[in-house]
Every structure is written in C-alpha cells, then in structure tokens.
Design a binder for this molecule. Structure first.
Ligand code: HPA
Length: 273
C-alpha cells in the first residue's frame, strides 16, 4: 500500500496536472458557510470525487469541491465542504486535504465552522474567533507513524491560532462594526449533539464553544508549519435551561444568517495578507 507521503504526492501530481497556479492561502468552509465560495472568481473547480486519495463529503450543506480562484485580489485555494470524523473517516483522512494544501504551497489556513456556544459566554449568531482549543475529546490526526517530511513527531501547540492573524481580523471587524467574541473551541467527535452533562463538563473545562470539526485540521496545519486562523459561528447554545433541542437544520440556518459577516472578514483578511 502506498505510504501517506506517496498518496499525497499522487494527489498533488493530479492537481498540478490541472493547474500550475501558486497560492499561499487556503480556506476551509464550515456547515452552512459555503456561500463564501460564490464570492470567489474561480479559475478551476475540482469535485472531491475526481481527486485521487481524497475522501468524498456526504453531509448536507457541503458542496464538496476544491476551488482555485481569487478573493480580495489574492489567489486562494478553497475547500468548499470538509471531512468530519463522524462521517466515518479516520482523523488522518480528515486532515489529508490540509496536507495537500501545504504541499501545494499554502502557508496560511483560514477555517470556519458552526459551533454550539456555552451558555453565559455566547449567544446564537455570535462570531467567535478561536484563540485556543481543547482536542482531547476527539482523535488526533498525528497518531501513528510520523511523516518527518511533513513535520516533527511532537509538535508544539502553544499558539495553534496565530495571534497576528487574530489581531488583523479584530481590526477589520472594528472598522466594519462587526462584533466579535474570542474563546476556546472544544473539539468533539459528534455526531450526537452534547447532553446537558457534557455541556456542563465543557463549561467547567473552560470551553466557550463546542463543535465537530477544525481541531484535526488545525493540528495537521501546525504540524506542517502553517499559520492558522479559525472562527466559529455560534449556531445554538448548550446547557439549556428549558427543554429545547438542537437540529442540524437550525445549525445550518443560524450559520447562513451569519455568513455575510464572515465573508466580509475573510475577504478583507485575505486582501491584507
Ligand atoms: N455541538 C457540537 N457541534 C455543533 C454544535 C453543538 O451544539 N452546533 C454546531 N456544531
């Protein structure tokens, strides 16, 4: 069987047979947040299904294609639709496209996601810059043999999210009157939303939001030396006093409502890089 590095090289070779475009900025869009891809002047779109060794996305709200194009006057590489651990992929598969991006020259990775907010810290519709994460409740994509060609065995995680990028986005948000929160994202496997006891645990541990993506991508990106910026749209609130429930439809709707603000932040951030 081909090693991870051989698979990555096969994927990159395929993509390079379609385009020679160089891009330093990668973007991965979350559930209900794929509309940013419509703002991109696309030069080339490749459905995931055509890309060797790429998993295929299955969840509603995910378009499942790799887009090369321009945003904010810069060349970007966008994953419209991401892979989640709960779909049955391994953590390594979830992280695979991030490594492909790195091998294609991407140095800065921007991530968005829909997340549950922890009560008294967040409200539905908030945009939360992720300034740190807890990934202990999900599976680390670096488990197994280390690919020394990608990065070190024991990567430092003291600054998973670039302070410099956070400051840039704060300045853009202030200029455009977009309120922003900041906090700790807690990665879980899903696909169940959390029980009340689980929400209380996340609250007690210092989590501000909880979601089923992002942490594997961030870990893989840091491992191979990328700068990461990530932001959550708070689509529902945990530790609920009343007997309310959460549905995927609600999550998608709340994400959609917040989308225009996110599109503006990402476009201006990209323009400033
Ligand atoms: N929990 C976990 N993942 C989520 C949530 C949530 O409440 N909302 C959106 N993604």
């Amino acid at each position: 069987m081909a090693t991870l590095m051989q698979q990555l090289e096969g994927t990159v070779q395929f993509i390079r047979s379609k385009t020679q475009t160089q891009t330093k900025i990668g973007i991965i869009l979350g559930s209900g947040l794929g509309n940013l891809s419509n703002q991109i002047a696309a030069d080339l779109e490749i459905p995931y299904g055509e890309i060797p060794h790429f998993p295929v996305s299955t969840v509603e709200g995910h378009k499942g294609r790799l887009i090369f194009g321009q945003l904010g006057g810069k060349q970007v590489l966008v994953m419209a639709g991401r892979f989640h651990f709960y779909e049955g992929y391994t953590a390594q598969q979830v992280a695979y496209p991030v490594r492909v991006m790195r091998m294609l020259g991407v140095e800065t990775l921007l991530l968005s996601n829909a997340a549950g907010g922890v009560q008294d810290k967040m409200q539905v519709g908030d945009l939360m810059i992720i300034n740190d994460h807890i990934s202990l409740f999900t599976i680390n994509p670096l488990l197994g043999k280390n690919e020394d060609g990608l990065g070190t065995r024991f990567p430092d995680m003291s600054e998973p999210y670039s302070k410099d990028l956070i400051q840039k986005v704060q300045a853009i948000a202030a200029k455009n009157n977009i309120p922003l929160k900041q906090g700790v994202y807690t990665g879980v496997t899903g696909p169940t939303f959390e029980t009340r006891a689980e929400y209380r645990l996340i609250h007690a541990l210092g989590g501000d939001a909880v979601g089923m993506s992002t942490v594997q991508e961030t870990i893989a990106a840091k491992h191979c030396g990328m700068d990461v910026f990530a932001i959550s749209v708070i689509t529902d609130i945990g530790i609920r006093e009343e007997e309310n429930t959460i549905t995927h439809e609600e999550v998608l709707q709340a994400a959609k409502d917040a989308e225009p603000k996110l599109t503006l932040l990402f476009s201006e951030l990209v323009a400033s890089l």
